[in-house]
Design a protein around this ligand. Structure first.
Ligand code: NAD
Length: 454
């Protein structure tokens, strides 16, 4: 999908005019390409006190091929940094935050294009005493603010790492690699909790799904088609699901990625059984289900009739309950394996609400509730359940938005542009990686730190 404004102000005369008038120029974001290095430049790593995560991060990042340098208050950097990782997990007093400022500020000044700031903390609920909790909570304010100040496609995110996972490379590798890499191009200002991984399956971030079977609903176009492609790129056999009316487009997607097309309305009473049957033709059990299919039927709440209400809630939320029930039954051939992954697509509308979208926001907030509850329920089976909450993504769905509203949606975020469907695919694939077993019950916004839905 084209962003005419971004094209105009980044080329030829338009670029000169934009510079003269001081108009914002959305940066071209670094996105994954085959063979690309994890990070574009050296990674500076520093921390406060014992900094247990910094030590783990050095091992993980150098193991992934990055050049790691020390971040201290005295450091001076040759050239531009690809990322800075700062471990504040040991901080328990507000005074210690000055140490963070002193180290992080010069490193942030030295960041290159599409660079990454990763702040590490301990979840405030694991810290004793109000000052300790306040200090850890402060990291969220710091990270979100840095995210809003960064330019040239750089992002800042926060990992709150459980104390028992802080020295565990198996728990930290996948989240660190995701946030350091170009796969998180449209994720900024977000906190994510990392628990102790339930197994230490290391995954190669370039091909984490070899031998896996993955179901993606709503895969004929838009975000779903890109999710399917990201999984196929990572080595998965993808079963792409969409309604029969989208059959031609669905077949095209499936053919491109060597996957399987399953024409199915996910609201059908037997949708779960039909998905399991399709899986059983390729494997005994399913590794990942991605609930992506969704619809909008926008109207002001007072004008929303029962049909608009019911259809949106049914497609976007109730269908997930019905399908999960079948796939989670251990007796189902082709059902989800223990240690498998459920990833749902929510929306920033489900977090902040949106005018004209009470039905849609209900369904998407409901997805967040589902994920939080089901993740706890399935922890014993080591099945993780997470959601992504996209903001403004350039698809047919957002093409329907009237021009002025659409332009506002595109620009009111820290990277001054809409996201691409692939950005949502990358975040979903991160949740689904074998190495992400310590990440569950989380909702990650893929919104360029949008101020809408905040
Ligand atoms: P889209 O309309 O381009 O694609 C949705 C796909 O889902 C279509 O191929 C459609 O045929 C399929 N689908 C709809 N109902 C179905 C059903 N009953 N059974 C099977 N398939 C069905 O939308 P998109 O923009 O790609 O959105 C994908 C997901 O992302 C949705 O859940 C949407 O709510 C969510 N989302 C999108 C944005 C955005 O900016 N585009 C933002 C936040 C969330």
């Amino acid at each position: 999908m084209s962003d005419t404004y971004a094209n105009l102000v980044n080329n030829g005369v338009g670029k000169e005019v934009a510079n003269k008038l001081g108009l914002p120029r959305p940066a071209q974001l670094r996105r994954y390409e085959k063979g690309q290095d994890l990070v574009d430049g050296p990674v500076a790593v520093g921390g406060l006190g014992t900094a247990p995560v910094a030590a783990t991060a050095r091992t993980v990042l150098s193991g992934a091929g990055a050049t790691v340098v020390e971040a201290t208050a005295e450091s001076s950097y040759d050239g531009r940094l690809g990322a800075v990782v700062f471990d504040a997990s040991a901080a328990r007093t507000l005074d210690e935050l000055e140490g963070l400022r002193a180290v992080l500020a010069p490193a942030v000044k030295s960041l290159g294009k599409s660079a990454r700031v990763i702040v590490i903390g301990t979840p405030p609920d694991q810290v004793e005493g109000a000052e300790g909790a306040a200090t850890q909570q402060a990291l969220e304010g710091i990270t979100r603010s840095i995210g809003k100040e960064l330019r040239a496609g750089a992002t800042a995110n926060l990992l709150w790492v459980d104390t028992d996972a802080q020295s565990d490379a198996g728990s930290l590798a996948a989240p660190l690699e995701f946030f350091a890499s170009s796969r998180s191009a449209y994720v900024s200002g977000q906190p994510l909790r990392v628990r102790k991984a339930s197994d230490d399956q290391a995954s190669d971030w370039r091909a984490p799904f070899v031998g896996e079977v993955v179901v993606v609903t709503g895969a004929a176009r838009g975000i779903g088609a890109e999710i399917a492609k990201v999984f196929a790129r990572g080595g998965a056999k993808v079963i792409a699901v969409d309604i029969p009316a989208a059959g031609d487009a669905l077949a095209k997607v499936a053919n491109t990625i060597g996957g399987v097309a399953l024409q199915l309305d996910i609201t059908a009473a037997d949708a779960g059984e039909r998905i399991a049957k399709a899986v059983a033709q390729h494997a005994d059990k399913l590794d990942v289900i991605v609930h992506n299919a969704g619809i909008t039927r926008d109207k002001l709440f007072v004008n929303t009739d029962a049909d608009r209400w019911g259809s949106v809630v049914n497609v976007n939320l109730q269908s997930q309950f019905r399908i999960n029930k079948v796939l989670l039954d251990p007796a189902t051939k082709g059902g989800l394996r223990d240690g498998g992954r459920i990833v749902s697509v929510a929306s920033t509308s489900g977090i902040g609400g949106n005018r004209g979208q009470a039905n849609y926001a209900a369904s998407k907030a409901g997805v967040i509730g589902l994920v939080r509850s089901l993740s706890a329920e399935l922890a014993d089976r080591h099945i993780t359940v997470n959601a992504v909450a996209p903001g403004f993504i350039e698809t047919d769905m957002t093409k329907k938005i009237p021009f002025a509203t659409r332009e506002v949606g595109r620009r009111l975020n820290s990277v001054l542009q809409g996201g691409q469907p692939v950005d949502v695919g990358e975040a979903i694939a991160f949740f689904a990686e074998p190495g992400s077993s310590g990440v569950t019950g989380q909702v990650l916004r893929v919104c360029g730190q949008s101020q809408i839905g905040a």
